[in-house]
Design a protein around this ligand. Structure first.
Ligand SMILES: [Zn+2]
Ligand SMILES: [Zn+2]
Length: 564
């Protein structure tokens, strides 16, 4: 655990919520919630106050709560939480993951014997929730949906977490067992946007050696990176230990998916082979395969990339690679809600070997993200002109584009008048508020925005946050049709929380003639690294570099691929 303002506030809020659920001491619950809010909004260095035992300097933090927080200097959790965890069972605490459920409702559910996510889904199904005071049939359905989402989210991890964990586990094991042969498999190898369990195929060591080394993983990881221990909790990690001659087929089978394997088995049979987890055989004798490539070669088939193995008969295609991308599009600076200045973003982007950077700070309606007023758009244009001059003076070819991430208003209009939009090099347009419109209204809203000639790229088209917030209700077929008809580019947002538009829809949109931009939506110079996740999704969707506009070699060529 990393101790900071956010972590302290989140523990205090949890305590307040659990106190509320118990409904024993309303005053105490309020004191914790109030302290959490004050700490969240506190501008100074909270760790210094904590160290000097001066937390009560913050308005709204009383002596009792301050004493409670002081324990975090030496332990992971507030003592009150340990006490509350005993009183409020885990299943009831899980109900806080259901969007729309607050402590009052959770308390009511618990009193009626509904004490887990599964319990909630079941009770919604048999009409018990609808019969509860303050609920009703409509909200019962809504909570059941949200509980299903929460159940799924609880047992899965985002791709970037899977990657961090997988790399850490591999390196700990390789160090402990130098003779070990290890490959990650499963959903992580197929670059799925979320991963249920980490699968490894291993060979070259004994089961005992593997057991004792893997028992160390948790401990070793906590030594190198405290954050990882938390992520490890409750995550499934599976090792399949196989004989060396079985490694290639075991890797193939552990990678999946099932329908792809079924298709491949059928093909192998047609060709007179027998393919299974155990190996590849012809006329009863084993065909030697050291790697997956040998398997495909023996069968006389084109190899299929793991990320494309999502259907029975995928086509071998030349998919886009990270190195094909030359420009970083849709990025934020300290002008709105990001960390670095435009100059710092330019420097980082140049160092990373890209040839152009396209900024897109928030527009005025996103006031919580410090969105730009019309005056500030013009001021920013001046700064961009200055930076371009500096680059030219240096003799650099690096190009900087001025864009804005323009909010799509509820009625589908854009957040600035056309004369403001016209001074920009390009725009990304996106929905940031009013997620709960009806499907018809949300669809109409986005279609109207996409039809605007100055809306060049539709950003994060469904608003989903993986494992956190489902997509808003919208008719994607209609939106994709409109993008295709108007030449509006569809974003593949590369932030591992988003990966939006979903690759399955990207595949459909490509078939309808759409073009895409893979964008990091960076709010920090490190955000540029997220581009790789967007490229993984593009590969899963079977995109080639021709389908992606920011593979253009120069900013001018990139702009030429946007609608006129
Ligand atoms: Zn956005
Ligand atoms: Zn953005």
């Amino acid at each position: 655990m990393e101790l900071n303002k956010k972590e302290i506030a989140s523990q205090l809020k949890e305590a307040a919520n659990l106190l509320d659920v118990l409904a024993e001491d309303e005053f105490r619950a309020k004191a914790y919630m109030n302290a959490a809010r004050q700490i969240e909004g506190f501008d100074g260095d909270i760790l210094i106050l904590l160290k000097e035992n001066r937390l009560t300097d913050i308005r709204g933090v009383g002596k009792t709560v301050a004493a409670e927080i002081a324990y975090l200097k030496t332990q992971e959790a507030l003592p009150i939480l340990e006490e509350l965890y005993v009183k409020v069972p885990e299943g009831v605490r899980d109900l806080f993951r259901v969007s729309g459920l607050g402590s009052k409702k959770i308390s009511a559910l618990w009193q009626n014997g509904i004490a887990s996510l599964e319990g909630l889904i079941e009770a919604a199904g048999d009409g018990r929730i609808a019969a509860l005071k303050g609920f009703g049939a409509k909200s019962a359905d809504k909570f059941a949906e949200a509980a299903k989402f929460a159940t799924e989210a609880k047992r899965r991890m985002r791709l970037n977490i899977a990657e961090t964990l997988s790399n850490a586990i591999s390196s700990v094991l390789q160090e402990r067992l130098p003779e070990l042969k290890l490959e990650p498999a499963g959903e992580y190898r197929r670059c799925c946007e979320t991963v249920g369990s980490l699968e490894f195929v291993v060979s070259g060591v004994s089961q005992d050696a593997l057991n004792s080394a893997s028992a160390d993983i948790g401990e070793k990881l906590s030594l190198t990176d405290e954050g990882l221990t938390l992520e490890l909790e409750g995550r499934l990690v599976n090792f399949s230990l196989v004989a060396p001659e079985q490694f290639a087929t075991a890797l193939l089978y552990k990678t999946g998916n099932n329908s792809y394997l079924e298709g491949l088995e059928e093909k192998a049979k047609e060709l007179g082979f027998e393919l299974s987890y155990e190996g590849l055989f012809k006329d009863g004798s084993r065909i030697k395969t050291n790697a997956e490539a040998d398997l495909f070669a023996a069968l006389g088939l084109e190899p299929i990339l793991p990320e494309l193995r999502e259907e029975k008969h995928p086509e071998p295609i030349n998919v886009i690679e990270l190195k094909d991308i030359h420009g970083q599009i849709h990025n934020h600076s300290s002008w709105s809600d990001a960390v670095h200045s435009i100059r710092e973003m330019v420097a980082a982007c140049r160092n990373a070997g890209f040839t152009y950077l396209a900024m897109a700070d928030h527009s005025r309606t996103s006031y919580y993200a410090n969105g730009l007023s019309i005056d500030r758009v013009y001021e920013q244009a001046k700064e961009i002109a200055e930076i371009r001059q500096e680059l030219a003076d240096e003799g650099s070819d690096f190009e900087l584009l001025h864009g804005i991430e323009v909010d799509i208003m509820t009625d589908g209009s854009l957040d600035y008048p056309d004369e403001v939009l016209k001074i920009l090099d390009y725009t990304v347009v996106s929905v940031h508020q009013n997620f709960t419109l009806s499907k018809e209204d949300q669809t109409r809203r986005i279609i109207k925005a996409v039809e605007h000639p100055l809306a060049k790229i539709l950003a994060h088209p469904t608003g989903r946050l993986l494992l956190r917030r489902p997509e808003y209700d919208v008719d994607l077929d209609q939106i994709i049709d409109t993008c295709a008809a108007t030449g509006t580019i569809i974003e593949i947002n590369a932030n591992p929380y988003r990966l939006d538009l979903d690759w399955r829809w990207v595949k459909k949109a490509k078939a309808k003639g759409c073009q895409f931009s893979i964008n990091p939506d960076a709010h920090h110079v490190d955000g540029f690294n997220d581009l790789k996740y967007g490229v993984m999704m593009a590969r899963k969707a079977g995109l080639s570099k021709e389908d992606v506009v920011n593979t253009a070699a120069t900013a001018k060529d990139f702009l030429a691929r946007l609608k006129p």
